[in-house]
Write a new protein. Sequence first.
Length: 301
Amino acid sequence: MQIAMIGLGRMGANMAQRLLRGGHEVVGFDPAEAARKLIEEKGARSAVSLETLVAKLTTPRVLWLMVPAGAITDGTIAALTPLLTAGDTIIDGGNSNYRDTQRRAAALKSGRINYVDSGTSGGVWGLAEGYSLMIGGEKAVVERLRPLFETLAPSPDKGWGHVGAVGAGHYTKMIHNGIEYGLMQAYAEGFSILQHKREFDLDLHQVAEIWRYGSVVRSWLLDLTADALDKNPTLQGIAPYVVDSGEGRWTVAEAIDLDVPAPVITMSLVERLRSRDADSFADKLLAAMRREFGGHPIKTE
């Protein structure tokens, strides 16, 4: 099957390579010439513009977007829309907000352009291990694209599925990432407690390796944690600053909208926000209040 891959960053390029290995024809576009050259070396064709890209595709066209969520996705779709014809399909494989996905699909429907959302998990390991794909869209359209999903997934019958109408794929991936926040926070807190117990001088990498086998807390995330602790046991050179790409915020907002308690995911998001405040006014004020009401000493800078 022929497919255009738009956005040849690390994940997009890796997905393109996996599709090439599966026998699909890939035409790639990225504003960066180096990215285009790299994908050509892997066996794909490339295009220097979206206009050139679309011209190289046979109808009905399939275009997979791997670009940042938000304005860049909207801008790319706006640029593509006049170039496409009825029956063409755009797949958004990024971490878009599901409400944006529903809006985009509705806007494209009048031109009979199909819109499919693919919540995509796998990161830098997807090329070798396969990607977890949560697909939203019309059933007939998704079925026609089955060969692509079967190639990208860990196996044709595992790790991917059509989860519902347009928006359902990104919604499912949003919740997936919210769960990921909570799991990561639990591991981080547990290993932090171990690290602070100086009495036992615990080898955190050894502990992680023990837990990887037979333990109820074993997981791929623990495998990656063990690898990180092996490479850098003291985490030297890593700033205690954790970014978030939006899905955790959206998950918490959705939980509030649905009146569903989600304390673990919510607090894991709060902890990420807290990590960015290197000069916390709130903590300073707490110290000041303790001094005011109890005469407790404060630590000066």
